[in-house]
Design a protein. Structure first.
Length: 303
């Protein structure tokens, strides 16, 4: 059973709440999360993939006992997939049944088939519905992947928390949902959308914080291996790779190494498991012997 929790009353309480559910946030991030909750404003999180933007929504949902409603954006996303559509098959059956019963009142029939029972509610409309646990957490993930036309459609929802359905009228949330919008910045998002949100850039964590995250997520990892893993990843991010690993990849790699009972990083261990850290062959191909040896030295603290 989900436990409903009160919203945090301070930045420190927000830090504690996130940490209690496994998210070790920078104070600046906890501050903007706290303000978003207090002010009822959407939170726009931008940053590289894998730095923990999506995780914020998941953690808030778990910590506050709210339903998580996720809208994963993609090119070509439209209102029918994101907001609502009419159940045309059910409507057609209703029309056929009415005709068979001799009901010829077209105006009444039109009103009947556009009733709410024929409405298929997609994530954005679901997020506006009342919930006994409180307004849900609405995650609009990777908005930069959606088309600009859909981005413009979001403006009404993010400013007034309502959706206009021509056949039914305006559906307005009794209380604003907690909205998290994320972007990997594959394209720029229009100012009109950003103005409706509080903004924060989520950066890669410092070595100290990333080490704390790894130890928190993988309690059984040895101190030596965790330090080497974080040192290696931090050194890798300082090089010009096509796609630097995020925190998610660091955790995956550390988990894989732990599953293999690795005690320390060696060239062979790195070569065998690098696919958990780097996801592009060109980047993996750049891990030649000399580069790998230098990075292992940096990970060990030998410059």
């Amino acid at each position: 059973m989900t436990t409903i929790s009160a919203q945090p009353t301070s930045v420190d309480a927000t830090l504690d709440l996130l940490a209690k559910h496994g998210y070790l946030a920078e104070r600046s991030l906890a501050t903007v999360v706290f303000l978003s909750l207090r002010m009822g404003r959407p939170l726009f999180l931008e940053g590289e993939a894998g730095v923990g933007k999506t995780e914020i929504a998941k953690v808030l949902s778990a910590a506050l006992g709210r339903k998580l409603i996720r809208l994963q954006c993609y090119e070509g996303l439209d209102i029918a997939s994101a907001v609502y559509e009419w159940n045309s098959a059910a409507q057609m059956i209703a029309i056929r049944l009415a005709e068979a019963a001799g009901d010829t009142d077209r105006e009444q029939l039109s009103s009947d088939i556009f009733a709410e029972k024929y409405l298929i509610k997609r994530p954005l409309l679901q997020a506006l519905e009342p919930d006994v646990a409180g307004p849900p957490v609405l995650l609009i993930d990777e908005i930069d992947r959606a088309d600009e036309a859909f981005e413009a459609y979001l403006l009404e929802i993010l400013s007034d928390f309502q959706v206009t359905i021509p056949e039914l009228g305006t559906v307005k949330a009794p209380a604003p949902p907690i909205v998290i919008v994320t972007s990997n910045r594959t394209r720029e998002i229009h100012d009109a959308l950003k103005r409706r949100c509080l903004y924060h850039w989520v950066d890669y964590p410092s070595a100290e914080r990333e080490l704390a995250i790894v130890k928190s997520r993988i309690p059984g990892i040895s101190a030596k291996l965790s330090q080497q893993v974080v040192g290696f990843v931090q050194a890798l991010r300082n090089r010009d790779f096509y796609k630097n690993p995020g925190v998610a990849e660091t955790i995956d790699w550390a988990t894989a190494l732990t599953e293999l009972d690795a005690r320390s990083l060696t060239p062979q261990v790195v070569d065998d498991t690098i696919g958990a850290l780097l996801k592009y062959q060109d980047d993996i191909g750049r891990m030649q012997d000399d580069t790998l040896q230098k990075m292992l030295k940096e990970a060990a603290g030998d410059q």
